[in-house]
Design a protein around this ligand. Structure first.
Ligand code: FMN
Length: 367
């Protein structure tokens, strides 16, 4: 596979140099202010400039979102539906420009051929919701790509490394969407960082500069962002879903089995959603909740379906799977994904620098 299009930045604060940035129209314009972040094990390994991965979110993360995050310097991720076929075709269709990309494959028993075809097109193949297996990792490596596994426990992280993965993402129980484990992010991150030699990304509740700085200071090599990126123009979320995310305050999510009509929930029905959606679905009679339009036709969504509402859905959106993480209360505006990522990284960098004690003059004043 070709080398990553974004080579690792040079110098400890590699993002500080001016580079063209792709903005709304897709035009490359020179900007002098770009996100400045120290290199991490993640950025060096993957070849992107910023220590951030856009979470795969099914139809909520269409290729446009992956492209926007990759263009900003993060790792853009393409979602393949559970049991999805031909990810290579899907990747080709996305017309990927410069930037570093991952493909996400979810569920048990993804075919090795599917894995190999994905790996032939992207820098990273990213797995979730299946126990790590060496054959899957070997299939990724055979095509020259990197293997990444999102895990929910220390035991799963250790087994992922034993299976040969190049990086792991630890998902805390505050994460939006399907929640793999039971531990809060801080405790899980600390134990995994201490136990494994590969770069570790943190997932669950990273929505602003402060939360990004916190996980980097705790030893993460980067962060995966899901809920924050739902509220972007590039996300595929239905406008009512975005509105519900913006309206949500703190303490407005819960882990539920109310949306268990889903291949992932067949193994463990635990997903974090807005509590308003759980309340709404409970008042609905049995039957349909809406209709999803796809290029291949329409698909009826039954009550309790696990598919989050995208723009092509009609029906009772408020009673659908409105996946959101515990930190959703901090998401208060819709902004371009590239701006979100760049602002978070700039802010985190400033916080990390200001956290380092500055040298003092003999009189006690900072130099
Ligand atoms: C709407 C939504 C859909 C998701 N779908 C997937 C998915 O298809 N594959 C996957 O690996 N993770 C998925 N996740 C979980 C993310 O990988 C990640 O763990 C989570 O978003 C991190 O927490 P945060 O939402 O607080 O940022 C999803 C999350 C959300 C919010």
């Amino acid at each position: 596979m070709p080398p990553p299009a974004n080579p690792p930045a040079v110098g400890p604060f590699g993002g500080g140099t001016a580079r063209p940035r792709v903005v709304g129209s897709g035009r490359a314009v020179p900007v002098t202010e770009v996100a400045a972040m120290p290199r991490t094990m993640f950025t060096d390994l993957v070849g992107c400039r910023l220590p951030v991965q856009q979470a795969p979110m099914g139809a909520i993360s269409p290729p446009a979102l992956a492209r926007a995050v990759a263009a900003a310097g993060g790792l853009g991720t393409i979602s393949v539906p559970p049991g999805g076929e031909a990810p290579a075709d899907l990747v080709e269709q996305t017309d990927l420009p410069g930037g570093v990309f991952a493909v996400n494959l979810v569920g048990e028993g993804v075919a090795l051929d599917t894995i190999r075809r994905a790996a032939a097109h992207v820098r990273v193949v990213d797995f979730f919701w299946s126990w790590p297996r060496r054959a899957a990792v070997d299939a990724v490596h055979a095509e020259g790509a990197l293997a990444s596994w999102q895990v929910g426990s220390l035991a799963e992280a250790v087994d992922a490394v034993d299976a040969g993965v190049d990086l792991v993402t630890v998902q805390g129980r505050g994460a939006g969407g399907h929640v793999r484990g039971d531990e809060p992010l801080g405790a899980l991150l600390a134990s995994v960082v201490a136990a494994v030699p590969v770069p570790v990304l943190a997932a669950g509740g990273i929505v602003d500069a402060r939360s990004l700085a916190d996980v980097l200071a705790a030893g993460a090599a980067g962060a995966r962002l899901g809920t924050r990126l739902v509220a972007t123009p590039e996300s595929g979320a239905h406008p009512d879903y975005v509105a519900a995310v913006l309206a949500a305050g703190s303490g407005s999510t819960e882990i539920t089995d109310a949306f268990a009509v889903c291949p992932l929930c067949a193994t463990r029905p635990t997903a974090r959603v807005l509590s308003s959606a759980v309340a709404a679905v409970r008042t609905l009679p049995e039957g349909g909740v809406g209709v999803l339009s796809t290029p291949d036709g329409e698909m009826a969504l039954t009550r309790g379906h696990g598919m989050p509402p995208s723009r092509t859905v009609t029906g009772t959106v408020a009673a659908m799977a409105l996946y959101a993480g515990e930190a959703v209360g901090a998401v208060s505006d819709v902004r371009p994904a590239g701006d979100v990522v760049a602002a978070m990284c700039r802010g985190a960098d400033a916080l990390l620098i200001s956290a380092v004690p500055q040298p003092r003059e003999p009189g006690g004043r900072e130099r």
